[in-house]
Write a protein that binds this ligand. Structure first.
Ligand code: ZN
Length: 119
């Protein structure tokens, strides 16, 4: 069973926009090499990638930047160094670190655009 409680509808006009675990989402397909899930909102009938449904993408950062931040955080790179390496504001890194919390590693694994271990 897919756990979608972390996701919410990405359609700003949807009554359930931003509501996590509201039960309006389901998986309607898979895409890409990593078999990312395509989510469907029952309320507004929108479809979107699961990568858009995470807390990360309400920000200005590109997916690459977000992924890099998590990579550095997962490797225990300091906030200042991470900010310098990814070329983002230090406050942004702090915000992301807070968002990710103990889940940095898990989030990173989900965000990484490859999964060589899995056929
Ligand atoms: Zn919706």
């Amino acid at each position: 069973m897919d756990d979608l409680s972390r996701f919410c509808c990405q359609n700003r006009d949807c009554p359930d926009h931003g509501e996590r675990g509201a039960g309006n989402l389901s998986v309607c397909g898979r895409y890409g090499k990593a078999r990312r899930r395509l989510l469907y909102c029952r309320t507004c009938k929108a479809r979107f990638s699961e990568r858009k449904g995470t807390p990360l993408f309400g920000s200005q950062l590109t997916e690459e930047q977000a992924t890099s931040i998590f990579e550095h955080l997962a490797e225990r790179t300091g906030v200042r160094a991470t900010a310098r390496l990814v070329k983002v504001n230090r406050n942004t890194v702090v915000r992301y670190a807070r968002l990710a919390g103990d889940h940095a590693r898990q989030l990173h694994d989900e965000l990484a655009a490859f999964s060589p271990q899995h056929p």
